[in-house]
Design a protein around this ligand. Structure first.
Ligand SMILES: C[S@@+](CC[C@H](N)C(=O)[O-])C[C@H]1O[C@@H](n2cnc3c(N)ncnc32)[C@H](O)[C@@H]1O
Length: 312
């Protein structure tokens, strides 16, 4: 498999988010800068993306509130994600936000950012300077860099260019990313982050529980779109997801399936979201939600009780 199939998963995710935002599932004034044209997706897709986006944002905000404004965000395989801009516009404070992806993705993201005042204006730089280097972008509290996450030496090198400080609390995000890495490469990356970051929360969104019939169909569908899913074995169950972290030096880990996530998100907003579109295939939605999950793992040297963070 080439990188193309994996890279295209970003276009797919971005178009799904754009479609959900257009239907009012959540607010994101920044996603239209990255996605111009899109087809309207099915309500099941919108609801799944609602649960995923809300869960990742809420966990990130909970971590930043718990660990303070010197905290950092590291987004692995960030694609065209807009969380940096959404956090900034909500007044959430952090010291550094680093986004990594393949060069073909970061180059396009960089181009969109450069063209749009609505994106550029978020960068706080005393002299307004935004530095562009080797297809990456560096602002005071934001860095976008190309790298293959499977090459640990390159990742270490890039992180040092992005002023990521191991001594600062860091939330690491990976939404549908680890599953594309060979198990050895994923293990090395997780072990490196656990060994370097003393205070960290890893937020991993991906398939969980794929060893049943529905899971196998799901995997076949994704593979049919040109993605090898080299790391799928870690998605077999809650235990395999947890173990990949506890085996690589993380203090602990836990899993919520996405149907649980929907029950834990603020009820009034979930009720508002559920009124947006009629849903014919409730069974299909439930099966989908049960086969994706949020896995969090923590390194908690300063006893911030990170294992207790949730979506509330
Ligand atoms: C499904 S997309 C998700 C994008 C974004 N995290 C989101 O949720 O919208 C997966 C992303 O991971 C990136 N990715 C996968 N494997 C990678 C690797 N080895 N190195 C860098 N990026 C990778 C892809 O290019 C793509 O942008």
């Amino acid at each position: 498999m080439g990188q193309e199939g994996v890279i295209m998963t970003n276009d797919d995710a971005s178009a799904c988010k754009r479609s959900a935002v257009a239907q009012g599932y959540w607010d994101d004034p920044f996603i239209p800068y990255f996605v111009r044209s899109f087809e309207r997706k099915a309500p099941e897709i919108h609801r799944g993306y609602y649960a995923r986006t809300q869960a990742v944002q809420r966990l990130t905000e909970a971590f930043l509130a718990r660990c303070g404004d010197q905290s950092q965000v590291l987004s692995l395989g960030a694609g065209f994600d807009t969380l940096y801009w959404r956090l900034k516009s909500a007044g959430v404070r952090f010291s550094n936000y680093v986004e990594l992806d393949f060069p073909m993705v970061t180059t396009r993201k960089l181009m969109y950012i450069q063209r749009q005042k609505g994106l550029l204006s978020a960068f706080q730089s005393e002299d307004g300077e935004v530095r562009i280097s080797r297809s990456g972008l560096h602002a005071d509290d934001y860095h976008l860099m190309p790298v293959d996450l499977a090459r640990l030496a390159d990742v270490r090198d890039v992180l040092s260019q992005c002023a990521l400080r191991p001594d600062r609390p860091t939330v690491v995000l990976a939404e549908c990313v680890l599953v594309y890495l060979e198990p050895t490469a994923a293990r090395q990356l997780l072990a490196h982050l656990a060994a370097t970051l003393a205070t960290a929360l890893f937020v991993n969104y991906e398939m969980v529980g794929v060893d049943d019939r529905f899971g196998q169909i799901l995997v076949k569908n994704v593979r049919g779109r040109g993605c090898d899913l080299a790391g799928i074995d870690a998605c077999n169950s809650d235990d395999t997801q947890i173990q990949r972290f506890t085996d690589t030096g993380w203090d602990g880990a836990r899993v919520w399936r996405m149907d649980d996530v929907l029950r834990l998100l603020p009820a009034a907003d979930v009720a508002r979201m559920e009124r947006l579109e009629l849903l014919d295939e409730l069974d299909v939605l439930l099966q989908l939600l049960q086969h994706y999950g949020i896995v969090v793992a923590w390194r908690d040297a300063a006893d911030h009780d990170l294992g207790q963070l949730d979506f509330t």
